[in-house]
Design a protein around this ligand. Structure first.
Ligand code: PLP
Length: 428
């Protein structure tokens, strides 16, 4: 019988609802705290920062949340994304494991980030907001937000971590092409940026600093709100479209994963692919483990402490109960800039504490080796972030080879690496 490589859904199969894992988690995470009073945060206290509808989703415990028609329409530009069986990678590894990947790199901006960017831009525009601010590390999130803002008629200001701003010039062009404005962070545009530049004119920035600048600009400007590409519940909620589609596609393949793997920056692609599957674990229908692949340079789940911490460097965001390396942690300059974030977010941190989530902290060398093997076998050059998921998958596949046990592994290919060729050049 001919083997099927890609499992494809129709546009009409695009899910009509996102899945909210908060409804089913055995233990609820601790609440967000107000940064000033240290009391549990009230939804209305978040509304100066985020669109009202997004705040409602942040606090929601409803199991399914309706996807607006306008959002589904824009999803049709690239969704449903393919589920692919990695036969060539399996063969190269000589593993009995069956490896599948969900290919989110087919989005017009090259990553999964568009799944929530579209939703966030839509809700802000629907509430009459005119301008959004955000941060970006590698530039993937800034590109996604820029495309989504353009679609819904919003202005966008992006604070891009200075190191990436200089190392990844084409990402800036992508952001500009869709009409977004992008500045190197720390910048002269905010009080916090100016303070840091005074202390050290050579400050190369971090995601935490860029978040502080974007938050400051949003709360001090008219008709402006802030948007975040990861960490928060509503962002992970939007990303569950990945896992909901993958569930249907695994069914088409006649398989069910034993392990679901994704790289981990702030948890959005990890939550996106794994939460719909974990639902079946909570209900006792299935057994599987979700594995987060983080960089050894920023191992918040593997080596961080579970405690309340700020989401940004300046301490302006609510306090989040999460595995963290500390909000002032400055990770080393690895190529996977999108994984250089200090904390793991509320939901994933609780799931890790409760034993549903495992993690690997992987050295850059191993991830690039994995990325190149993947490019040579499956043909796609992965984003440096996504190479972490591939490296973790290879570790699991080789364990299966050693034990001679066949198992099914599903990983998320969060993005492609076409604009990260300078990083590959350095590795090669
Ligand atoms: C391609 C890609 N994958 C993964 C990530 C990590 O983010 P998250 O953990 O929110 O999925 C990023 C972040 O910029 C990214 O650009």
């Amino acid at each position: 019988m001919e083997k099927t490589k890609k499992f494809m859904l129709q546009e009409s199969d695009i899910p009509t609802q996102w899945y909210n894992i908060m409804a089913d988690m055995p233990n609820q995470p601790q609440p967000l705290l107000h940064p000033g009073t240290k009391e549990p945060l009230k939804p209305e206290e978040m509304e100066g920062l985020f669109a009202k509808k997004l705040v409602e989703q942040e606090f929601s415990t409803e199991q399914f949340v309706e996807i607006p028609e306008e959002v589904r329409e824009m999803y049709k530009a690239y969704r449903p994304t393919p589920l692919v069986r990695a036969y060539s990678l399996e063969k190269a590894l000589g593993t009995p494991a069956k490896i599948f990947f969900k290919n989110e790199s087919v989005s017009p901006v090259g990553s999964h980030k568009l799944n929530t960017a579209i939703a966030q831009a839509y809700y802000n525009a629907a509430e009459g907001i005119k301008r959004l601010t955000t941060e970006t590390g590698a530039g993937q999130w800034g590109s996604a937000m820029s495309a989504a803002c353009d679609h819904f008629g919003l202005e966008l200001v992006v604070f891009m971590v200075k190191n990436s701003f200089n190392a990844k010039p084409y990402r800036k062009n992508v952001i500009n092409t869709y009409g977004g404005k992008v500045f190197a962070s720390p910048s002269e545009l905010t009080q916090y940026g100016r303070k840091l530049l005074l202390e050290d004119p050579n400050n190369q920035g971090s995601l935490g600093i860029a978040i502080s600048e974007a938050v400051e600009m949003a709360v001090t400007s008219e008709n402006t709100r802030y948007t975040l590409g990861s960490v928060l519940n509503h962002v992970l909620l939007h990303q569950t479209i990945i896992g909901l589609e993958a569930e249907k596609q695994m069914e088409m393949a006649g398989e069910y994963p034993d392990k679901v793997i994704a790289c981990f920056g702030g948890g959005s692609n990890f939550g996106g692919i794994s939460f719909p599957f974990l639902r079946r674990v909570f209900s006792g229908e299935r057994k599987l483990i979700a594995i987060a692949a983080e960089p050894a340079a920023c191992p918040k789940l593997t080596k961080g402490k579970l405690e309340y911490d700020f989401g940004d460097t300046a301490g302006m965001t609510p306090l989040i109960p999460m595995y963290t390396l500390g909000h002032d942690f400055q990770p080393e300059q690895i190529h996977a800039a999108g994984l250089r974030y200090h904390g793991g977010g509320r939901i994933v941190s609780q799931l890790k504490k409760d034993g549903f989530v495992d993690s690997y902290a992987i050295e850059q060398e191993e991830t690039f080796k994995a990325g190149i093997l993947f490019a040579k076998t499956e043909g796609i050059i992965p984003a440096p972030e996504s190479t972490h998921a591939i490296a973790a998958t290879i570790r699991e596949a080789l364990k299966a080879k050693e034990s001679g046990k066949s198992e099914t592994i599903l990983f998320n290919l969060s993005g492609h690496g076409f604009l990260d060729m300078a990083a590959y050049e350095k590795y090669v």
